[in-house]
Structure formats: structure tokens, C-alpha cells
Design a protein around this ligand. Structure first.
Ligand code: PXL
Length: 270
């Protein structure tokens, strides 16, 4: 049977992040992807690529979730930018109603790991309502600070944050760490409530990293859907994002994404 995944996320009209990144990633894993759109993000080419967000209504989101969860069925679910309290509540409702075990929560709170915080009022709702349902939560450093309530500047603090986030209910925590101050390798921190594992790759100097956080979470979700353990899925996701970023490219003078389709060639020739 075809493996199916749904992402509940925003659309990035420029195609590098959000549900576009998720669907491209699922396709590279050979998975059938579906998307429940929470909002549409646009970027203004005449005003330094500044972002605007157009939310979809609660009815529109519920109707999409009904189509996907009831009408089709899923092996795994990822959520990304939710953008409203009702999107948090609906995500929780459908995950519970349909007993979804493989749920990857990407607690998107910033674009590109350090920019303007998005909807800070939602952070607590995400932590309380969605963390306890997550098989894996995938915060970057900023998001891990928000979810744990501590500030993070070194490996010891990453570990403390991971254990706080685990205690709040997520079964596995993957903290995306390449933006940790002074990092010389691109290190992600995986914690299962018992052991910490470092998942490392070369730190690339590229600026074309738009959508990297969405992509690694989507790849992790794809691995879970295919039956990998959370740790193996995280390791494979790391290879996927590293390959994608090694082939990143500019869309214009402001932004550039990785290239998820680089994975095909990498797999063919390595
Ligand atoms: O990279 C975070 C992100 C997630 N989802 C959407 C986005 C962005 C950043 O631009 O537009 C829809």
C-alpha cells in the first residue's frame, strides 16, 4: 500500500519552505503527500522580500483535515506553521480522533531560526496541546528556548532544554543546532528520554538555507512513516538536508532554498 503523509502547514509562495518543502521531501522518499493549508505566506519583491501572511478560515482548515484524515487516511503527520489558536486546536483534535502515533511537531516560531518571532502568543498553546502528542518535536535553538523556558548557549544547556521538553510530553526531541553560537560542525541533538545522541555533519557556509528546518522535519516524518526508528529517521533526515543544502541555489538577491531533488542523484551515484 502507498505510504501517505499529511502536512498541516503554511504555504510559502516562493516554494522553498512550508508545505512546498514538505511535499517535495515526501516525494523524494517515494511517499504520497497531502497538505492542509493553514495560511499563505507571500514575499514582496518591491519591498526587500518582506513577508505577509494570509490565514485561511477555521472552516477551510477543518474541511481539509476531514478530506485528509477521514477521506483518505495517513501513516504519519507533520505540522509546521499553524498561525492561529484554532489551527492548534484542530491539529490536536484530528491527531487524537484518528490515533496518529507518528506525529512530527515542527514548532515553527521564527523564519530562518533567528528572524522576527511569529505569533508568540501561540507558543504556550503549542507546548501544552501539541507536545504531548508528538512522537518527535524538532525545535531550532530559539524554539527550544521558548518551549523549555531556558536560554541556550552551549551543549549543556541544549541537553537541559531537551530534557525539559521531553518532560512536557514529546517522546523524542531533535534540537536543530547549527545556529548554536560558535558551532564548528552542524550538530543536531537527539534525546529519547534516556540517551542523548549527536547527529553531525559538516557546517556549510552557504546562505541558501531557506526551508532547511521544514525540510529536515519533513524528512524525519517520512522516515517514521516508512518504519524507521525515530533515531534512524533523524539520521537519514540529516543526510537528506545536508545533500539538499550542498545543492542550494539563489532564487533572487534575497533568498535561496536547498534543493531536495539533489537526493536522487546522490543516492544513484554514492
Ligand atoms: O521556515 C519557516 C517557514 C515555515 N512555513 C512557511 C514559511 C516559512 C518561512 O518563510 O513561509 C509557510
Amino acid at each position: 500500500m502507498m505510504t501517505k503523509i499529511a502536512t498541516i502547514a503554511g504555504s510559502d509562495a516562493s516554494g522553498g519552505a512550508g508545505l512546498e518543502a514538505d511535499l517535495k521531501t515526501f516525494a523524494e522518499y517515494g511517499i504520497y503527500g497531502m497538505a492542509a493549508v493553514t495560511l499563505v505566506a507571500t514575499m514582496d519583491p518591491d519591498n526587500s522580500w518582506s513577508h505577509k501572511v494570509f490565514p485561511l478560515s477555521e472552516d477551510a482548515l477543518r474541511a481539509q483535515l476531514e478530506t485528509i484524515f477521514k477521506g483518505v487516511g495517513v501513516c504519519a503527520v507533520k505540522s509546521g506553521m499553524l498561525g492561529s489558536f484554532f489551527a492548534v486546536d484542530l491539529t490536536k483534535e484530528y491527531l487524537k480522533k484518528h490515533n496518529i502515533d507518528n506525529y512530527v511537531l515542527d514548532p515553527v516560531m521564527v523564519c530562518k531560526g533567528g528572524g522576527e518571532p511569529l505569533n508568540p502568543e501561540l507558543n504556550q498553546a503549542i507546548a501544552e496541546k501539541l507536545l504531548p502528542l508528538a512522537q518527535v518535536v524538532t525545535p531550532n535553538i530559539f524554539e527550544a528556548e521558548q518551549l523549555s523556558g531556558i536560554s541556550i548557549e552551549n551543549h549543556e544547556q541544549v541537553r537541559t532544554a531537551a530534557s525539559i521538553i521531553h518532560k512536557k510530553g514529546a517522546r523524542h526531541v531533535l534540537i536543530k543546532g547549527p545556529r548554536l553560537k560558535g558551532a564548528e560542525r552542524a550538530i543536531d541533538f537527539f534525546y529519547d528520554g534516556d540517551k542523548f545522541e549527536l547527529i553531525e555533519s559538516e557546517l556549510l557556509t552557504t546562505s541558501w538555507t531557506h526551508g532547511a528546518g521544514c525540510t529536515i522535519s519533513a524528512a524525519l516524518c517520512a522516515g517514521l512513516a516508512q518504519g524507521l526508528s525515530p533515531l534512524d529517521a533523524a539520521r537519514r533526515a540529516k543526510r537528506f538536508i545536508s545533500t539538499s543544502l550542498a545543492h542550494g541555489f539563489a532564487l533572487n538577491r534575497w533568498v535561496g532554498p536547498g534543493n531536495p531533488s539533489a537526493w536522487r542523484n546522490d543516492k544513484l551515484f554514492s
